[in-house]
Design a protein around this ligand. Structure first.
Ligand code: 5GP
Ligand code: MN
Length: 327
């Protein structure tokens, strides 16, 4: 952690980024760092590997970002938030890999030993990367942040803990929430911006997912998928998949939920579990990763939705067996 802080103190031109389809935690962490580093007089720029979920667009008012389109601005230090594999940055990650420039990770996902980063600001016990960003701001001696940064940290915390309802919402998470509210975060406003601004087509995406639902392992696995052509046919949208995952997790017997969808030609899997199954292990075997209760995979080009569904079916059943849950 010390090394990461020193690098940030020493470098002047800092580029911030995060994973593909940046979520609330990724963007929240980036926003906190953006404001903290600006307060320290740094030149800060944010570049994202591709467009984030539209529901987080409001953060851009105070944290301007650009979308990667083949080249990177000049920088001395890159800080990547909420992931620790360059492959999670898509084509932008490939370009970064070719550059011999300092790179730091700020993240709460499990990390491999031979990770290749210059330094880490890393803690798997943190409920959100956004909380690590706040901690980093504290350790860098930033005395006060604008309200927008506290709001962004709140977005990070609330989206990664499902508004404090998932098992990662520990005491530190609740304390952080209280701290952010005491700094003036309007929780109702943030809830409205993140969860109550969807287009009318959005629920139709959920309909398509529910059309393709199957229960496995005696009802303890719920698996569903969203074919792109069917989504277009009904005019549905499925940007964020958490609504479907939460619905299916609501079924008493269900322990694990999987949702597959197609994004720009690639099949994307979201996995969630309630209490027992470590979905990070299941995702890792399929080429992805994440946390014990929330993980994901982006399948390689050429893997069809049908093929991916079968891989996930087998992967989950294997996970249940290997983790002793098939009794
Ligand atoms: P989501 O299902 O919301 O996209 O992702 C849940 C979690 O799984 C994320 O916090 C992230 O850690 C992880 N994750 C999602 N997609 C991928 C992926 O393609 N590769 C890896 N390694 N992890 C992923
Ligand atoms: Mn996160």
């Amino acid at each position: 952690m010390q090394d990461a802080l020193q690098l940030l103190q020493m470098q002047q031109r800092i580029l911030l980024s995060g994973h593909l389809r940046a979520d609330g935690d990724c963007l929240g962490a980036i926003s906190v760092l953006y404001h903290a580093l600006q307060a320290l007089g740094k030149e800060v720029q944010v570049i994202l590997p591709n467009a984030p979920d539209g529901r987080y667009g409001f953060l851009q008012e105070h944290t301007p970002w650009t979308i990667f389109s083949g080249s990177l601005p000049n920088y001395e230090l890159l800080v990547v938030c909420d992931c620790n594999q360059l492959s999670r940055l898509g084509a932008m990650g490939e370009l970064v890999a070719q550059k011999d420039v300092l790179r730091v990770v700020l993240d709460h996902h499990p990390i491999a030993k031979d990770h290749g980063w210059t330094a880490l600001f890393h803690d798997v016990s943190a409920a959100a990367s956004g909380l690590l960003a706040l901690k980093m701001a504290d350790l860098l001696g930033v005395k006060s942040l604008p309200l927008a940064a506290y709001e962004a940290a709140f977005v990070a915390l609330m989206t990664d803990t499902g508004w404090l309802k998932y098992s990662n919402a520990d005491a530190a998470a609740w304390q952080a929430a209280a701290r952010l509210v005491s700094h003036g975060v309007n929780t109702e406003r943030i809830y409205d911006l993140v969860y109550q601004q969807a287009e009318p087509e959005r629920p139709l995406g959920i309909r398509v997912a529910l059309e393709n639902l199957e229960y496995l392992a005696d009802g303890r696995i719920a698996l569903c998928w969203v074919p792109q052509d069917r989504l277009q046919e009904v005019g549905g949208r499925l940007e964020d998949t958490d609504e479907v995952l939460d619905l299916l997790r609501g079924v008493a017997r269900v322990e694990a939920v999987a949702l597959l969808s197609e994004r720009s030609g690639l099949v994307k899997l979201s996995l969630r579990s309630k209490h027992h199954l470590d979905v990070n292990l299941v995702a890792a075997q399929l080429g992805g990763g994440g946390h014990a209760r929330a993980a994901g995979v982006t399948f390689e080009e050429g893997v069809s939705l049908t093929k991916a569904v079968e891989l996930v079916r087998q992967g989950l059943l294997k996970g249940f067996r290997e983790q002793g849950l098939d009794a």
